[in-house]
Structures are given as structure tokens and as C-alpha cells.
Design a protein around this ligand. Structure first.
Ligand code: NOJ
Ligand code: NOJ
Length: 454
């Protein structure tokens, strides 16, 4: 089977397996569990981050549905998700944490056990996806519904988007736990999501005539942008994950979450010059290149002697969570390996839209590592669109993206299912089975590969 054929086949599997985790039996409608696994580990909860990322994939399914029945089904999920959001936004205060509460039971109650909280990326990602949904509805002429269910400046307390935006606008500069639920500090990923949510919110506010909010959100987004520029570490030649961290054990700060923060395109209409860290930013390219090197030498399954294509990617090199316990050794994750492919596909789309590629001392290692048949690059090179080299680089970027998909294909279960992790020595799937976010990453990555857009 060619890679293409396999990707099509797996796309259908991923859709089915993802949807099984939406409103599962016994849950409130609209709850999306992180995995169906109820013990070792117990992931039968709705994490706001995970479910909001999955909603992004469901929006894609809705828009690309081939028949009315499928479209109706997907729409129902989106409406249920809005209902569930109303419930958890109401109950979130029970722990005294408010919208920073990361994890809810499938009945819509905040998890009461000890946990790493608050985590402020969840509300931001949810706002981004609800705003995307609002724009889709507006394009369909359903403004009344948007005002009634999603965004009404006269009733901020019962508008899910406004509640999330007002929360993240208030807390963006405060430290919190990271998306991996381990480190306290100021996070590149979390702040990037908050900035994007506020920019998107500003655009929606303009479209709905909520003039006071337009500038307020935009100004805050600007302040966050200034703070994000400080995450570059020149010695490591990478953007690091956390500033002012409180680590239990020392860390390099190298972390795949930085790449995740750049994925998934931009807020509607966002002019190119305001894009802060586009995927082809030299610091992002440098970070991707450092991360690949680190993971390539960290996991035994990445040993070139084994002859498996691509590089299996994990969360961060010092990871000790093996999917069951936290005092072990971390593994690569299928969803993160897929997301690295996504990064390359997004990158190819971006480069195609540029008039030139500039090689700098910072991004040189990235371009040098591309499989581009003897193509040589040097700092200072300017490769113009139209030059055969320009095309060769973009082709190499796409091919490299494919190697990450080949890698996942190699280790995936024969029935096309994936777990949270894959064993660093054997490649076998381990940890929570059918991780919802992994399937979402797959669906979003396929879309980035097939319909490159920026
Ligand atoms: C589960 C978390 O989600 C994971 O990120 C973490 O490593 C372990 N618990 C330990 O806190
Ligand atoms: C552990 C991951 O680190 C975290 O990001 C995720 O939200 C939970 N597992 C649930 O999937």
C-alpha cells in the first residue's frame, strides 16, 4: 500500500475512533473523554485542552462532510459541545479555580482530586474553536444563533466565548501549570494560545459590532506578543517552553509544545505582518531542528540501524511519564510524531506563499538537514520563487513531513488504533488507548497535507 492509500484508510479509522470518545455512554452529551481507558491510566475525563483540540477536528469534519446526514451529525456534536461548555463553565468555580480548571468528570463536574491546576491553555483553545464555530455560523447567515448561544456583549455571563476570553485576558501574565500538567511557570504554549484567542476574539467582536472589545483584546494580544519574544535562548538555539519555571528536576526547556504552539494556521484575516511566530520563522525552524536531533538520539527506536523512516517524537527529553507511572522513562507519542508531520506540511504551505527563502545562521541547520539531493545552502543565500532550488526545498519539506507519517504507520496497531505513547525500545503502543487528541492530530494533519492553506 502506498503512503497515500494508507493515509486515506487511516483517515476513516481516525474519524470513527475519535467519534467514539464523544458523548460516550454514561456521559453528559457533549463531554469528550481523553481516552476510553478507565484504569491504568484513568483517562475517562473531559480535559478542556483535549476536548477543544478535538473540536477543531470536528469542525473540519463538519465543513468537509460529504452528505447532509454526516453534516447534521457533526453539527449536533458541536451544539452539544456548546451545551457542555455552559455546564462546565458554571461548575468550574467549585474547586475555587474557575476556568483554569483543567479536568472535568463526564457529568460536567470539576475533578476534585489533587491535580496540577490551574492550566490556562484550555480556556484559550476552547475560545479559539468556539470563535471558529461562530464565524462558520455567521458565514451561514446564522447570526441570531451566534448571539444567542456564543457571544452576546449584553449577556457576558452566559456567553461561553466571552467568559473564556475575559478569563484568559485576566490571567495571561500569571504563572500556571503547563499543558503537560507538570511545570509551574510562564509557558510559550499557553501564552501563544491566549494571544491567538484574544486576536480571534477581537475579530469576532468587530464583526458583531462590540466595539469596546475590539481594541481591548487586541492591545492585550500585543502585550503577550512582547512577552513571547523573550523565549528565545541563543545558547540553545531554540525557543524554550517555560520561563520562570518551578521544576522538580532540571530541564533543558526543549519541548515539542513550542512547535505545537505554531500549528494550525492563523486567525481569520490576520495580516501576515502581525504573525508572531509563523512556522517558517527562523527561531521556529531552529527549534524544530534541535528537537529532532534530541529525540533522534534519545529513543532506541530512532537508531538509524533499525532502518525505520522518520523520527519518533516525544514531549520533552527529560520526560519520565511512561503512560502509567511518572518515575519511569518517557516515550515518543504517536500524536506528537504526527504533529511534527503537520509542522512540515504547514511549513510547505507557508514557503509556497513566500517570494523568497532566506537562509540565515539561525535556520541553516534546519535547511541543511532536509533530504534535498545534494542541494547546498549557505547563510545569506536568498532563494527566489521561480528558482528550481525553491521548488526543491518545498518538495523536500513535504517529503520530510511524510517520513513522520511513515513512522507512525510503522508502529500503529494493525487495526489502525493508537495509544498515547509508543514504547521507546519496541515501538509498541502503550499508555491510554485510543487517545482522542492523537486522532484529532491525525485528521488535522491530513487536511494540512492535502489542502495546504495558510
Ligand atoms: C498525567 C498527566 O497528564 C501527565 O502529563 C503527567 O506526566 C502525569 N499525570 C503525572 O503528573
Ligand atoms: C497527559 C498530557 O500531558 C496532557 O496534555 C493531557 O491533557 C492529558 N494527558 C490527557 O490526555
Amino acid at each position: 500500500m502506498t503512503l497515500e492509500e494508507w493515509l486515506f484508510q487511516e483517515q476513516d479509522r481516525a474519524e470513527v475512533l475519535l467519534l467514539r470518545n464523544v458523548s460516550p455512554r454514561g456521559a453528559l452529551r457533549g463531554a469528550i473523554v481523553a481516552s476510553s481507558s478507565r484504569d491504568n491510566p484513568d483517562y475517562f475525563y473531559d480535559w478542556i485542552r483535549d476536548s477543544s483540540i478535538s473540536v477543531k477536528a470536528i469542525l473540519v469534519l463538519y465543513l468537509s462532510a460529504s452528505d447532509r446526514e454526516a453534516r447534521r451529525r457533526h453539527r449536533r456534536i458541536l451544539e452539544d459541545f456548546v451545551d457542555f461548555t455552559n455546564v462546565v463553565q458554571e461548575t468550574a468555580g467549585f474547586n475555587g479555580i474557575g476556568l483554569g480548571e483543567p479536568k472535568f468528570t463526564v457529568e460536567g463536574l470539576p475533578y476534585t482530586g489533587p491535580w496540577a491546576r490551574p492550566q490556562n491553555d484550555g480556556a484559550a483553545i476552547r475560545a479559539i474553536e468556539l470563535i471558529r464555530w461562530a464565524f462558520i455560523l455567521l458565514d451561514q447567515g446564522e447570526e441570531g444563533l451566534v448571539r444567542e448561544r456564543l457571544y452576546n456583549p449584553q449577556r457576558p455571563d452566559s456567553s461561553p466565548i466571552l467568559r473564556d476570553l475575559d478569563y484568559v485576558a485576566r490571567v495571561w501574565s500569571a504563572p500556571c501549570f503547563d499543558l503537560w500538567e507538570e511545570v509551574w511557570g510562564d509557558h510559550f504554549f499557553t501564552r501563544s494560545m491566549i494571544r491567538k484567542a484574544l486576536l480571534a476574539g477581537s475579530l469576532l467582536a468587530r464583526r458583531l459590532g462590540d466595539d469596546a472589545a475590539v481594541d481591548a483584546y487586541r492591545e492585550q494580544a500585543q502585550a503577550i506578543a512582547d512577552s513571547l519574544r523573550m523565549f528565545w535562548n541563543p545558547e540553545q538555539r531554540a525557543l524554550i517552553a517555560t520561563r520562570n519555571p518551578r521544576y522538580f528536576t532540571p530541564r533543558s526547556g526543549l519541548d515539542t509544545s513550542v512547535i505545537l504552539a505554531t500549528l494550525g494556521g492563523y486567525v481569520r484575516d490576520e495580516p501576515p505582518h502581525t504573525r508572531l511566530f509563523p512556522v517558517d520563522h527562523e527561531q521556529v525552524l531552529a527549534t524544530a531542528s534541535v528537537l529532532e536531533k534530541v529525540f533522534a538520539s534519545l529513543y532506541p527506536i530512532n537508531d538509524p540501524a533499525r532502518g525505520i523512516p522518520g523520527i519518533a517524537i516525544g514531549r520533552y527529553p527529560e520526560d519520565r511519564y511512561n503512560g502509567y507511572v511518572t518515575d519511569s522513562l518517557g516515550n515518543p507519542w504517536p500524536g506528537l510524531t504526527i504533529s511534527m508531520g503537520w509542522y512540515y506540511y504547514d511549513l510547505a504551505a507557508h514557503l509556497r506563499a513566500r517570494s523568497r527563502i532566506t537562509i540565515s545562521a539561525i535556520n541553516l541547520p534546519f535547511f541543511e538537514a532536509l533530504p534535498s539531493n545534494g542541494l547546498r545552502v549557505r547563510p545569506g543565500d536568498e532563494i527566489l520563487a521561480g528558482d528550481p532550488k525553491f521548488r526543491a526545498i518545498i518538495d523536500a519539506v513535504m517529503r520530510r513531513g511524510d517520513t513522520f507519517m511513515e513512522r507512525v504507520r510503522y508502529h500503529i496497531n494493525p487495526d489502525g488504533s493508537m495509544s498515547e505513547q509508543m514504547n521507546r525500545d519496541t515501538g509498541f503502543q502503550q499508555g491510554a488507548r485510543d487517545l482522542t487528541m492523537g486522532y484529532s492530530a491525525f485528521l488535522l494533519t491530513i487536511r494540512a497535507r492535502l489542502a495546504p492553506r495558510i
